[in-house]
Design a binder for this molecule. Structure first.
Ligand SMILES: [Zn+2]
Length: 182
């Protein structure tokens, strides 16, 4: 069933809420997060030699789940389509700017996916990332259709399939930006 259309003002409100949520979650978790260890850095550095890897922080948040954004209640009432909103508690990990919060131990593929998001945040900035994430979700009616996620899944899968075939995450993300794919 297609989702009811939101007005431009409602979309702007949602983007603002998402951006605020990301900033708040980053503040909550950054104090507990640590830099990647040398084994993790060694695996990813050939693919991402820029500053993203150094700035990234990780925390494994086991035992409890990340809460869904508080504005979900309003959104669901407004939109009447709560079942299709991304469920943060069921995601393997979420990246808040430079802070990667995982519900499970990191595999290199999971870490790679989240590192792509760190690079996306670096290049787009928080506000633009939030805008493209929300619009991507609304345009595709699903989490899987969000271009920022497709980009991260594709690059992580490419890495996992052939970890010796190097490519640049920064260059790939930039190519998607230049082509207007987000
Ligand atoms: Zn993702």
């Amino acid at each position: 069933m297609p989702l009811p259309k939101l007005s431009d003002a409602q979309i702007a409100w949602v983007i603002q809420q998402v951006a605020a949520y990301i900033g708040e979650q980053r503040q909550i978790y950054i104090g507990r997060a640590v830099p990647l260890d040398s084994v993790q850095k060694g695996a990813l550095l050939p693919f991402s030699p820029g500053s993203a890897l150094d700035s990234a922080r990780v925390v494994v948040h086991s035992g409890e789940r990340i809460g869904n954004p508080p504005f979900y209640g309003d959104l669901i009432r407004m939109w009447l389509a709560g079942n299709s909103l991304p469920d943060f508690a069921r995601m393997a990990a979420i990246t808040f700017v430079d802070t990667i919060v995982s519900h499970e131990p990191f595999t290199n593929e999971l870490l790679f996916h989240e590192l792509v998001h760190v690079v996306q945040y670096q290049k787009l900035g928080l506000a633009d990332f939030a805008g493209k994430y929300v619009r991507g979700f609304l345009d595709g009616d699903s989490y899987e259709a969000i271009p920022l996620e497709k980009n991260a899944y594709q690059l992580a899968a490419r890495f996992a399939a052939a970890p010796m075939n190097l490519f640049s995450v920064e260059a790939e993300v930039q190519a998607w930006i230049d082509a207007g794919r987000f």
